[in-house]
Write a protein that binds this ligand. Structure first.
Ligand code: F0G
Length: 374
């Protein structure tokens, strides 16, 4: 029978914190492509099965939609009329869209001048109340936590535990598609909510509990039965200028070209260390140059356009594959968290003056072609 896909809550309903009567706020999120890379792995000189989970193809262009459908569904069920978040851009875009869908108000706090153009456009056009602060994401997050005690607003940052319940479905989709978890799962890390959510999802499908889950009591509270016992090694990569997990403590002035992960005070600090220990994984860091090079490599060699922060997963994975830390023969999934169109400025800047301008004449266009054949 032909069944229309109507989003991840409906698709994984028996594993989600909803009841029969719950009004689901969905834009058809999830069900994103798991693309096997064909050209890049060969450049490492090692044999691996390398996949990217293209989360940029969610409705607002990032993985945040997975968490937002769940958080807004719960907020509406609990009678909330307004949601609030601090954001480096993608959470605010998702909050704005799902609030519009639900008919409630979204307040979003963003760091002035430090969010990518596409994300700002999204928050504004969906009708969110955009509050720019003269400070970074971490300052915004602290303010959101404080103001929620003084105003009737539901926080939809990933400290809202329902966010991670939505985001865990990305792991379900990967296991459903590959038949088992990969050997390694690599993600970019900011607040470390997403790496935690993936571990919750893999653990639930493996029929195991995890200390990283706010709801877990030995096994998942919302979970059905185990699907496949294997769990991956979880690997988190940070931008060097914003790498508290590598410094072993908070970073007060985070900087990176990957503005989505320009975060010095991760909200899921303890949970992420639990994930690292339980999965036997590790954290590492990538320079801005490595991040941009990986973004360019994905676009030019595989036809896949992700935003800079997302490319951090591939930058780190390629380095660890070359070095043998991820051994030959492994299956590896890298999450591409957001679409490249989110940040057109950085993409165009990467390409310098790589454009030809010619007269509107046949001879000029013909010359441009013949002089530039590969
Ligand atoms: N990649 C992208 C594109 C992001 O937008 C984020 C986080 C991350 C990775 C990191 O995920 O925080 O779960 O470790 N963006 C948040 C936001 C902070 O406000 O949009 P994390």
């Amino acid at each position: 029978m032909n069944k229309r896909y109507t989003g991840l809550i409906e698709h994984y309903r028996d594993r989600m914190p909803v009841t029969d009567g719950t009004r689901v706020i969905s834009l058809g999120e999830g069900n994103t492509p798991l693309v096997k890379l064909e050209n890049i792995p060969g450049e490492t000189g090692k044999s691996v099965d390398l996949y990217v989970k293209y989360e940029g193809l969610n409705p607002t262009g990032s993985f945040k939609d997975r968490g937002m459908t769940m958080a807004v569904t719960r907020a509406v069920a609990e009678g909330s009329r307004a949601i609030i978040c601090a954001s480096t851009g993608n959470t605010s875009a998702a909050a704005a869209a799902y609030a519009a869908r639900a008919g409630i108000t979204a307040f979003v706090l963003i760091p002035e001048g430090k969010i990518a153009l596409g994300k700002l456009a999204q928050a504004m056009i969906h009708g969110a109340v955009v509050i720019q602060i003269r400070g970074n994401f971490d300052a915004g997050m602290a303010l959101v936590k404080e103001v929620a005690d003084h105003a009737p607003v539901t926080i939809v940052n990933s400290i809202n535990p329902y966010r991670l319940q939505g985001q865990k479905t990305a792991a379900f989709e990967i296991v459903d598609e590959l038949g088992a978890a990969p050997d390694f799962h690599c993600l970019p890390v900011g607040n470390a909510g997403n790496i935690t959510a993936h571990w919750i999802g893999y653990s639930e499908y493996a029929g195991q509990g995890t200390q990283a889950c706010a709801f877990c009591e030995g096994s998942c509270k919302f979970g059905g039965k185990a699907v496949n016992g294997k769990r991956p090694t979880m690997v988190g990569y940070q931008a060097s200028g914003s790498a508290p997990f590598m410094r072993g403590g908070m970073v007060d002035h985070p900087e990176t070209v990957a503005t989505a992960i320009r975060i010095g005070h991760p909200q899921s600090w303890d949970r992420a260390w639990t994930v690292q220990k339980e999965s036997g994984g590790w954290f590492d860091e990538c320079s801005d140059e490595e991040i941009l090079a990986a973004q360019k490599l994905l676009t030019s060699r595989e036809g896949i356009f992700c935003e800079p922060a997302s490319a951090t997963s591939v930058a780190g994975a390629l380095r660890d594959i070359r070095a043998g830390r991820i051994p030959e023969g492994s299956s590896v999934v890298c999450t591409l968290t957001g679409h490249g169109l989110k940040d057109p400025d950085t993409a165009i800047r990467q390409c310098g003056d790589d454009m030809l301008t010619v007269d509107a004449e046949l001879s000029a266009v013909k010359d441009a072609i013949l002089n530039n054949m590969a």
